[in-house]
Design a protein around this ligand. Structure first.
Ligand code: AKG
Ligand code: FE2
Length: 331
């Protein structure tokens, strides 16, 4: 069952068009059912993606010895997440500082200021886009006024980081009978994630029924998915789906993922407006950092291939009358 595959027509949010109620309702359904949608006319040019893509290729073609000098916070070598996955994290909001620190190690005397400048520009654009999308999701879920208020009160200290990913398939990938996973099944520890994938494809999300569904690359479309922090904050109204990357072709695949996250100290608790009158909270309150630490200590292979999600960490199975947060909202 879980290996069955199909593809799905996900809604495309066009940011140059007024957001009509029909758009919001299909977006809302997609966020609840799949936790994935596409965005187009997002204001980031093809030329910008090409530049970041090409710089990513430069980064990953540096000898392993130099990449390892970056340290495990920035660089994840192959054989950690999977034998085929390596990544570089560039942290915001000072993407420039983070990229420069990596460029200094990777390229040393061969000064590469374009890495710093391009990643600053790209990171800032992604941060802006992710905040815009988050606002739309909040207004979609809570109405304009409450959505805007929640955004200001709860999401204004969010921060973002970029992960450049390079997948190198095994030389006999096309003959493999078993599926080759470039990145195993996981959920994202973000509020929302935005992914640019090249034309190779292979990203899949898992439906509620356990079916794997292709999230195909489409020119000019970015993939947006809901992360665990948003699933808990929204009391499960927005879904953080399990997803993975499968490798089918003998070509490298590059993806550029941007994660918008709460600050470490943020206490995540679904507000009463989102829980709705007469309903109970499905998650107990927790500090963002506590969840990140929980995931890190429970990851199989110490990375994304996880056995546990936010449901295991903070999910409430039954209403608990002695939990102060479990009182009926509105009281
Ligand atoms: O490479 C991709 O397309 C997705 C990567 C991903 O899911 C992640 O980095 O969390
Ligand atoms: Fe992911």
């Amino acid at each position: 069952m879980s290996e069955l595959q199909s593809s799905l027509q996900l809604p495309v949010l066009d940011l140059t068009q007024p957001i009509q109620s029909s758009v919001l309702s299909s977006l809302s359904q997609a966020c609840g059912d799949w936790g994935f949608f596409y965005v187009t006319n997002h204001g980031i040019s093809k030329e910008m993606f090409n530049r970041v893509y090409s710089l990513s290729r430069d980064v990953f073609s540096v000898p392993l010895e130099s990449k390892l000098k970056l340290g495990s916070f920035s660089y994840t070598p192959r054989f950690i997440a999977s034998p085929y996955f390596e990544s570089l994290v560039v942290s915001g909001p000072d993407f420039s500082g983070s990229a420069k620190a990596s460029a200094d190690v990777l390229f040393q005397d061969h000064h590469k200021p374009e890495l710093r400048d391009t990643l600053q520009e790209y990171g800032a654009k992604m941060a802006e886009l992710s905040q815009r999308l988050l606002k739309i999701l909040l207004m979609m879920t809570l109405g304009d006024e409450t959505g805007k208020r929640c955004y200001q009160n709860e999401f204004s200290n969010c921060h973002g980081y970029l992960r450049l990913v390079n997948y190198t398939p095994p030389h006999d990938v096309e003959k493999h009978e078993e599926l080759v996973e470039g990145l195993g099944m996981h959920t994202d520890m973000s509020c929302i994630t935005i992914v640019y994938q090249d034309s190779v494809g292979g990203l899949q999300m898992r439906s509620k029924e356990g079916k794997w569904i292709d999230i195909n690359p489409c020119e000019n479309l970015l993939v947006v998915n809901i992360g665990d922090l948003m699933q808990a904050w929204s009391n499960g109204r927005l879904r953080s789906s399990e997803h993975r990357v499968v490798l089918r072709k003998l070509v490298n695949r590059v993806s550029l993922a941007f994660f918008l996250c709460f600050e470490d100290e943020k206490v995540i608790l679904a507000p009463k407006e989102i829980v709705g009158e007469g309903n109970c909270r499905s998650y107990k309150s927790f500090k963002c950092l506590e969840y990140l630490n929980f995931r890190q200590s429970n990851e199989v292979g110490k990375f994304e291939r996880i056995g546990y999600t936010v449901k295991d960490f903070a999910g409430l199975k039954l209403p608990q009358p002695d939990d102060p947060y479990q009182e009926k909202p509105g009281i």
